[in-house]
Write a protein that binds this ligand. Sequence first.
Ligand code: AMP
Length: 221
Amino acid sequence: MRILLLGAPGAGKGTQAKELAKKLRLPHISTGDLLRQNVASGTPLGLQAKDFMNKGALVPDELVNKMLTERFKAADVAPGFILDGYPRNLNQAKSLDDILKKNSMSIDLVVYLEASETIIVQRICGRLVCSKCGANFHKTNMPPKTEMTCDHCGGSLYQRSDDKEETIKQRLTVYKNEVSSLIDYYSRSNKLERIPADDDAPVVLESIIRLVSRNNDPTKV
Ligand code: AMP
């Protein structure tokens, strides 16, 4: 299956995409993760993207589209994928269709995670990320067993530089400006499904899995 996760920063796209990818044994493609890897290793793309990311702005479409075109050349996407953080606007949605068409693919399902603003801000402010394996933790909701250390791989945890209050506000504004055009776009093709996303991660994951099974086999409830 080719699944897209849409939602505000902090709606849980990354957390859910990682778990869903494990469950369905499909690659998880996160444009945020790919960009952060480029920034960390100081590639030309990373150098161009860094300032936009630190300000909470979108990285220009042409850079992100090119990065994604390259990613889709890899063989692991053939059986399907879970895409998170892309598209962020209508132009990217259309580019995604073009990229997929060139590879004889299309999106099967768009999962729109709907979380309230209070929950979003609370999640982002407490988010901790593993510098080694990318696992997400939360200072109070999901603290690591050992302070600032990843339970899975022992890597050190850090707070993303764009998870600060001022930048969060900017990221939410950018999101609100763009999301309705994406919702319209995917509703028109009957691919959009809404999932309430205020609950804890395992509860939301259950809802997504039910939705995915129903889409694979419409006779299932
Ligand atoms: P995320 O990890 O999805 O919250 O993304 C973190 C930051 O990376 C965003 O605030 C943007 O600056 C940048 N970014 C991630 N995905 C995209 C995208 N599809 N288009 C433009 N910028 C992106």
